[in-house]
Design a protein around this ligand. Structure first.
Ligand code: ASP
Length: 348
């Protein structure tokens, strides 16, 4: 049986960082450092190749870097059976979401992982995260007569959890279970064995594509009691704004103040698409549960159910690059691309 060909792409983050001896700050280190610290990599039954990108702390992630990474993966797609992307945890949920929308129907595993402690530290979580990620990326689908890869979507493996990339959220700045999937089950139970939830795994619904022209005209408005009309309208009049995510209270609620709703309506009249995403980490927007949520839906704010902030923002960036007006952006946003949102009829 031939070995799975896996490409390991190193983008930076704590996993490959070292302490600066003068300042004590963590700085990205070159890839070979990583490899030397994990000789077990050579014992894995895969044919592994490496491709480093200029390493960054993931807080420096940008639309341009996403484009670079997505192009790299797309152009190597035919040469490999799976991909592992080493990435800082800070923006990993955003990158995993962005890749799932930039590379629809990729049809092969893209496993993002990283660590909370650098690989050179004795108690590092990076070693297990990396080795298991490579194993997952190299897993064949035993039920497929053509022996394709088992995972065919963007996922994150971190702290014993295998989760869908566009369902993930960084919820802990220090613990080893930094990334969770608050509204969708894990894709595998990881223990002595890795038991995959085959019923949850995505399968491509068309040809692989590369969508690399993201539109940065997307903002996030986090509601707070006492927010002034000036603060709200300032954010919604940013030049070039195409879409805004309103981070609402509870199950999608917001003030009923006509002044507040008027500012939202004016933004929509200027062509800005507004999406309702709850501030709660868990649960879904139910626009009709309270009068305060129904008001938003009535004026045309899109209730986006259980999507994460990270997925909403990156989906809007990708779609705003493809759709020039508000209504076609709305229609495209409502359609599922890569399992990012539970269909309304399954939520309640
Ligand atoms: N600041 C780091 C980064 O996101 C944190 C990490 O890797 O966990 O690049």
């Amino acid at each position: 049986m031939s070995l799975a060909r896996i490409l390991l792409v190193y983008t930076g983050g704590t996993i490959g960082s070292m302490e600066d001896p003068d300042t004590g700050e963590l700085r990205p280190f070159e890839f070979e450092h990583l490899r030397a610290r994990i000789p077990e990599i050579d014992a894995l039954e895969v044919a592994l190749e490496y491709e480093p990108m200029a390493p960054i702390d993931s807080s420096d992630m940008s639309i341009e870097r996403w484009g670079e990474l997505a192009r790299l993966l797309f152009h190597r797609r035919d040469r490999y059976d799976g991909f592992v992307v080493l990435h800082g945890t800070d923006t990993m949920a955003y990158t995993a979401s962005a890749l799932s929308f930039m590379l629809p129907n990729f049809g092969k595993p893209i496993v993002l992982t990283g660590s909370q402690l650098p690989i050179g530290v004795v108690r590092t979580d990076g070693k297990e995260n990396l080795l298991t990620s490579i194993e997952i990326a190299g897993k064949w689908d035993s039920a497929d007569p053509e022996r394709g890869p088992l995972i065919r979507e963007v996922v994150i493996y971190f702290g014993d959890e295998l989760i869908r990339g566009n369902r993930s959220h960084k919820q802990d700045a220090e613990g080893f279970q930094a990334l969770l999937s608050p509204n969708f089950p894990a894709l595998a139970e990881v223990g002595v064995h890795v038991r995959f939830r085959r019923d949850l795994l995505l399968r491509p619904r068309g040809d692989a594509r590369l969508l690399e022209d993201l539109n940065p005209g997307v903002t996030v408005v986090h509601l707070i009691p006492g927010m002034t009309p000036e603060a709200l309208s300032h954010q919604l009049t940013i030049p070039g704004l195409r879409a805004a995510v309103l981070r609402t209270y509870g199950s999608g609620n917001a003030p009923r103040d006509p002044l507040f709703l008027g500012i939202l309506t004016a933004a929509q009249d200027r062509g800005v698409f507004l999406v309702n995403v709850t501030q709660c980490a868990v649960g879904s927007v139910d626009a009709n549960r309270y009068v305060t949520g129904a008001g938003l839906t009535r004026i045309g704010v899109e209730p986006s159910l259980d999507i994460t902030l990270e997925a909403a923002v990156t989906k809007l960036m990708v779609l705003a690059g493809l759709h020039a007006d508000r209504e076609s952006l709305r229609m495209a946003f409502k359609r599922d691309i890569a399992g990012e949102q539970t269909p309304a009829e399954m939520i309640r």
